[in-house]
Structure formats: structure tokens, C-alpha cells
Ligand binder design. Structure first.
Ligand code: HEM
Length: 467
């Protein structure tokens, strides 16, 4: 692992970054877009470009890159009534081709706004999210059993290798138990058929997503990325549709036998709103996808960074830091924003940002990685120091320095659920990295992920406490 207290992603050399930039702009990149995905250089390039061109500049793709907390705040405070993240045409194309509706990611304008009103009610409001505490608790309990089983099977008795897949199963089971009000059984010894295919399909879609985004439409049938991208979406929608149809059948059976229709999320969408089935498929699939991939990534970063810190350098004991546990997750999300790049297209008015005037429909690209490593608002940005969160609120770093869940009405709808899941997981375990694991590096696959499989030791805190 990294040296004590240092950032496992310490900045690469200027030479490496320049080589990366050349390959990005070159012909090679068109045929090997994996170059874009293959390295932590991608996120470091944000820092490099900020040094080269300043905190606001027009990039080669005609967007305006924004990489300081103050400028980010300026754009977001002038956002439209119905904010737009920009071009989602590749995601929409799939839905149009296959006759599915748009979900919260792909929908725009007033239709998006009505959809969010509906979703927020049962997910984002604190009170409504707390009602899922019992469900998540049960999932954590089963995850515990699975971890215990895997630990017992390991040579050291407490090691879990390639924790990513386990966290996929955990995040899938958690979000599915909320959306479908039923357990899938992903944490059993034998996982249900189709689960692994779904996980693989998500990976495949995201892996090919940047290439599809960059490549012109005419090239879709000529290059392999589009076919792989479509196959990925097919796998994602097939799995989600299967679960939705099963739930629908159960509701219909209740109605036919005059039993009460009970349930929280999907039942609410199916029986209390006038959403078309096409839109239910689109919405639930996007929620499932968002819930699985992001929480899984956060789940991978949090324990590995967290535990590296506590193993190597520990000015405060785990017990001291335990109280603001969620804030420590905040520290991880600050340093490793799961969504390292986001954006907005402001369409209602022309806007002025940083003293420059931009016409309507200018795409702004938020370089969250560079923003959260801004020395002025975040001293020692490459040092993991959860204790900075122990200070009083007035001395905390600037709010727009870290927006891991976005900002405003278009911010993450699953935030409360994600926090609940992480909190319950970390509360349960003290997690230590496998000393044999090498340096931890990041890879950008739309979201920020660790480059290599992560092996961890899980120590159940309840046993500790009992002792
Ligand atoms: C650690 C976990 C998570 C992180 C870091 C995260 C982060 C984000 C971010 C940065 C955005 C963009 C916000 C913006 O543009 O202002 C977003 C949007 C979204 N997230 Fe999450 N998310 C997480 C978990 C979840 C979960 C568990 C769900 C589902 C239940 C979810 C569902 C969504 C949806 C549907 C959107 C699109 C919202 C819209 O466009 O209206 N996320 N998320």
C-alpha cells in the first residue's frame, strides 16, 4: 500500500501526463479508447490542466471545464429550473430502439421534474429513507454471514479476496430489497441465476460507454464498441424487467384474491401513480443501475482507504473517529469522488462565470477531482486525514469543494440510501487491507474505481465489543 498518510494516488510525473494527453488527442485514441479508461492519469489530468490553463477554460471537446469550488458554485447557483447534465443521447438511443421509457438520468424538462417529485417522496426525504433501516440491517446481517463463510474458507481465516464482487452482491441485494420489496438471495452461498450476468452487463456497458460517447454515430456499426454497449444494456434491462414483471404478477395475484396490496417502492409506483409500464421499466432500471454501481465503488474505496490509514498512520484511535463515521466517508468521497466528472448545460439564459460571459446551452464540465484537490480550500489534499472533520463546523472546508452527491434539485436521489448502507456496513466491521496487496491506483470507468482486485480482512466489531 501507499506510504503512511500519503495519497495512494499521488500525482504522476508531468512527463506521464503529457504522454497521456498526446495519446488522447492522437489517432490511436480513437481505436484504443481503453487508454482513457486505463489510468489514474485521467483524473490527474484534471489537476494538470488546471495548472496549465487555470480554473476555467474551453477544452478540446468545446465544453467549458470548471475546476475551482468558487466557479462551480457560480454555475450551480445559476442553474436552470429543470437542470440538464448534457448529452445523454447514447443512453436514450438504446431506450428508443428497444421501446423503454426514460428514467431519472435520461428524462429532461418538466417530465423529469414530475418524475423526481415522485421518486424523492419515497427515497430522498430523510424520514422516508429511514424506513428502509430495517431492510438494510437485514441485508448487512446476511452479508455478515457470507463474509464469515468466505473468511472461514480462506487460509488465514479472516480474508476475503476480490471484495468488489462481494460488494456488488451487497449493493444489489440492498437496492433490490428496497425497490422490489423482496430479497433476491444474492448473499446466499449459491447466488441466483442471472445475477452474475447482470453484474457483468453493467461492467460491459460502462466500459464501452465512453467510446460510444466519443465516436460519431456513423461509426457505430463499424466499430465493436456499440455492439458491446448494446449487449451490456440488454443484460441490464433483461434482469431488471424480469424482477419488475415478477412483482407485477404478485400484485395482480393479490388483487385477484382481494388481498391487500402491500409494499413500499415498486408497489407505490405501480399502483399509486399513472406511470406507463414503459416508464416504470426505464425508471426502476436506472435506479437499480445507479444503486448498484456507485455504492459498490464507494464500498470499495471506503474500507480500503480507511483501513490503510488506520493500519499505517493513526493519530486518533478507531474508537475516537468512529463517532463521525459518516463524515469519514465524506473524507473518502472528497478525495475519491465516485463520480469524478459531472456537468450541466444551462439553457434558459446566457450566464456569466468568473467574469466571462457564456451563451445559452454552453456545456460546463465539472472537474470534481481537481476541485476536491484544491489546496486553497482543502489543505494537504493528498493526505487522508479524517480527523479534519473533527473540527468545528466553521473551520470545515468550503461546501462546494466536495459535492459527492451533486447539488440542487438534480442531485443524487439515492443519497440517503447510500449513506445508510455505508454507515451500517462500516459500523459492523473493522476492515483491514491485505498486506500483500500492492499500491492502490484508480481507474476511470465513468465512475472512479480501484484498478486492482481488493483483498480485505474483516474483523467483526460486535465480537470485539463483546470481548
Ligand atoms: C456512494 C453512492 C452514490 C454516489 C457517490 C452517487 C453520486 C451521484 C451523483 C454525483 C449524481 C449526479 C448529481 C448531479 O448531477 O448533481 C447522482 C445522480 C443520481 N443518483 Fe446517485 N450516487 C450514489 C448512490 C445512489 C443510489 C444508491 C441510487 C439509487 C437508489 C442513486 C441514484 C441516482 C439517480 C437516479 C441519479 C440521477 C438523478 C437525476 O438526474 O435526477 N445513487 N448520484
Amino acid at each position: 500500500m501507499c506510504p503512511p498518510g500519503s495519497h495512494p494516488l499521488s500525482p504522476p510525473s508531468r512527463k506521464n501526463l503529457e504522454a497521456w494527453r498526446t495519446s488522447l488527442m492522437s489517432f490511436d485514441f480513437f481505436f484504443f479508447p481503453s487508454l482513457l479508461l486505463s489510468h489514474s492519469l485521467y483524473v490527474h489530468a484534471q489537476i494538470y490542466e488546471k495548472q496549465q490553463y487555470g480554473p476555467i477554460y474551453r477544452d478540446g471537446l468545446k465544453s467549458v471545464s470548471v475546476s475551482s469550488p468558487k466557479l462551480l458554485e457560480e454555475v450551480l447557483r445559476k442553474d436552470d429550473k429543470f437542470p440538464s447534465r448534457g448529452d445523454m443521447s447514447a443512453w436514450k438511443d438504446y431506450r428508443d430502439m428497444k421501446g423503454f421509457g426514460y428514467g431519472p438520468f435520461t428524462e429532461e424538462g418538466e417530465r423529469w421534474y414530475s418524475l423526481r417529485q415522485l421518486l424523492n417522496k419515497r427515497m430522498l426525504h430523510l424520514k422516508s429513507s429511514l424506513q428502509y433501516g430495517g431492510t438494510i440491517n437485514e441485508v448487512v446481517r446476511d452479508f455478515t454471514k457470507r463474509i464469515q463463510y468466505l473468511c472461514q474458507c480462506s487460509p488465514t481465516g479472516d480474508r476475503v479476496t476480490d471484495v468488489a464482487n462481494e460488494l456488488y452482491l451487497f449493493s444489489l441485494e440492498s437496492i433490490a430489497s428496497i425497490l422490489f420489496e423482496a430479497r433476491l438471495g444474492c448473499l446466499e452461498k449459491d447466488i441466483p441465476a442471472g445475477t452474475q450476468d447482470f453484474i457483468n452487463a453493467i461492467t460491459q456497458m460502462f466500459k464501452n460507454n465512453p467510446a460510444v460517447f466519443i465516436a460519431p454515430k456513423w461509426s457505430h456499426n463499424l466499430l465493436p464498441y456499440w455492439r458491446r454497449y448494446i449487449a451490456g444494456w440488454d443484460g441490464i434491462f433483461t434482469f431488471a424487467k424480469g424482477l419488475i414483471d415478477k412483482k407485477l404478477e404478485a400484485i395482480q395475484q393479490c388483487v385477484e384474491t382481494s388481498l391487500d396490496v402491500q409494499g413500499e417502492y415498486l408497489t407505490y409506483l405501480l399502483s399509486n401513480t399513472d406511470m406507463s409500464m414503459k416508464d416504470v421499466y426505464g425508471t426502476i432500471t436506472e435506479l437499480l443501475l445507479a444503486g448498484v454501481d456507485t455504492v459498490n465503488m464507494m464500498g470499495r474505496w471506503v474500507p480500503s482507504i480507511f483501513s490503510a490509514y488506520f493500519t499505517k498512520k493513526c493519530p486518533h484511535s478507531y474508537q475516537q473517529i468512529r463517532a463521525p463515521l459518516l463524515w469519514c466517508c465524506g473524507e473518502v468521497l472528497w478525495m475519491y469522488p465516485v463520480v469524478p466528472v459531472n456537468g450541466r448545460v444551462v439553457s434558459e439564459n446566457s450566464i456569466s462565470v468568473g467574469g466571462y460571459q457564456f451563451p445559452k446551452k454552453t456545456p460546463f464540465l465539472f472537474c470534481h477531482y481537481a476541485i476536491s484537490h484544491d489546496e486553497d480550500t482543502f489543505p494537504e489534499p493528498f493526505t487522508f486525514k479524517p480527523e479534519r472533520w473533527l473540527r468545528d463546523e466553521n473551520s470545515l472546508p468550503a461546501a462546494f469543494g466536495s459535492l459527492p452527491f451533486g447539488f440542487g434539485v438534480r442531485s443524487c436521489v439515492g443519497r440517503r440510501i447510500a449513506e445508510l448502507e455505508m454507515y451500517m456496513l462500516i459500523r459492523q466491521y473493522e476492515i483491514k487491507p491485505d498486506p500483500a496487496m500492492g499500491e492502490l491506483r484508480a481507474l476511470t470507468r465513468t465512475v472512479l474505481i480501484p484498478e486492482q482486485p481488493i483483498n480485505l480482512h474483516f474483523v467483526d466489531r460486535r465480537c470485539d465489543n463483546a470481548a
